[in-house]
Design a protein around this ligand. Structure first.
Ligand code: TXA
Ligand code: MG
Length: 350
């Protein structure tokens, strides 16, 4: 398949008839990758079973892993879900459009192929204007997982999408680098007390402020949890660089010292170090990849790009600093620990 490319930018939006062309591909059951504020999505018509099947095939994703339906306005929600609780309404009011996905009981309009056989459906209204224009123009809810090959880090630029999906989908919309860089927060509204299934830029504290009580899915505790995660996608090894990764946790100076000690056991071109802008100069031996700045709050935005860079460098092991207490640290540490296969060394004295 010959993948077409078009662009979207914040000042000029889409050019000429390109938006109409992309929307038409979606309506007819083809696949279009598009930017959102979190990560790039791989979109298909959310009402067509055949489009869901194409998405699973293009990503190499197991078809029991449900897709998120993206909408462009709140009215589009009602035909898709059985009921919207007061809690749901308050969350939508506070965080839509934005990086939050809500799970509801689904109606028959939503094919089981889209929801991986579940009776529930995940819905999100993205903030990104290019995404919402595309969905509105298509006139159907857009089913979209992250636009990466299953198991690779989610794409935060059109270049990442091209790397993974060129030749496998109809069209890629290049909207530059995304703003947030980590997938949306997922909240399950089908339980009496809403449950966070995946942490994201809408944090548990922000949610609690709006609805009072919220729980964290027991499966999020990591590999030692006895309960399987409720979001089927969270059970797969995700966001993984090819090299084995270890996170070093502790007070900053001891972390730097320990990483330098561990790195010394490998040839400099085979050891990767994931560091913040503020500490990147502290590692004389190894391939240092800067993830972003702690003070500027850009760690989340740079994480997946950094993980992809290690694959290009061909390192065999990676040692990473810890990123706690920064913006989006709940979500950052959740993704980082998954990428490391929950391999964390905790240093004494913290
Ligand atoms: O930010 C995002 O959410 C991005 C952009 C493109 O919008 N999308 C995204 O989709 O991250 P994906 O498919 O990579 O992740 C969706 C997650 C999976 O872990 C899936 O198992 C879970 O949502 N999920 C979807 N529907 C669900 C449902 N009905 N019940 C429980 N989990 C569900
Ligand atoms: Mg994904």
């Amino acid at each position: 398949m010959n993948t077409q490319y078009i662009t979207w930018d914040r000042e000029c939006g889409y050019q000429g008839k390109e938006l109409a062309r992309a929307a038409e591909i979606l309506r007819r059951g083809g696949l279009v990758a598009f930017p959102t504020e979190t990560v790039y999505g791989l979109g298909g018509n959310g009402l067509l079973a055949s489009a869901a099947e194409k998405i699973y095939a293009a990503k190499g994703r197991p078809s029991d892993n449900p897709l998120i339906l993206h909408i462009s306005s709140q009215e589009e929600l009602f035909p898709l879900v059985r009921e919207v609780s007061d809690t749901g309404k308050r969350l939508m009011e506070a965080f839509w459009p934005g990086p939050m996905t809500l799970i509801f009981e689904k109606t028959d309009r939503v094919p089981l192929e889209t929801t991986g056989g579940l009776d529930t459906v995940a819905i999100r209204m993205p903030e990104h204007p290019g995404a919402r224009e595309l969905i509105a123009c298509a006139g159907v809810p857009v089913a979209a997982p992250s636009a990466n090959i299953s198991g690779r880090p989610s794409p935060t630029s059109a270049e990442h999408v091209r790397e993974d999906l060129d030749g496998r989908i109809d069209l890629i919309i290049d909207g530059g680098n995304v703003g947030i860089g980590l997938e949306s927060t997922i909240i399950d509204l089908t339980e009496t007390v809403p449950v966070i299934l995946r942490p994201g830029a809408v944090t548990s504290a922000m949610i609690a402020e709006v609805i009072g009580e919220v729980r964290l899915d027991a499966g999020l505790a990591g590999k030692d949890s006895l309960e399987p995660p409720k979001a089927p996608g969270m059970k797969y090894r995700h966001y993984a660089p090819e090299a084995a990764m270890t996170i070093i946790e502790g007070e900053m100076e001891t972390v730097i010292e320990r990483i330098n000690q561990l790195a010394g056991d490998y040839p400099a071109d085979k050891v990767g170090i994931l560091a913040a802008e503020e500490t990147k100069e502290r590692y004389p031996h190894g391939q240092v990849v800067t993830v972003g700045s702690r003070t500027a709050g850009t760690i989340g935005k740079g994480l997946y790009r950094a993980l992809r860079t290690f694959d290009h460098l061909g390192v065999e092991v990676i040692f990473s600093e810890t990123f706690s207490g920064e913006r989006d640290s709940e979500a950052i540490m959740n993704r980082l620990k998954k990428a490391a296969g929950y391999h964390v060394e905790i240093l004494p004295g913290k």
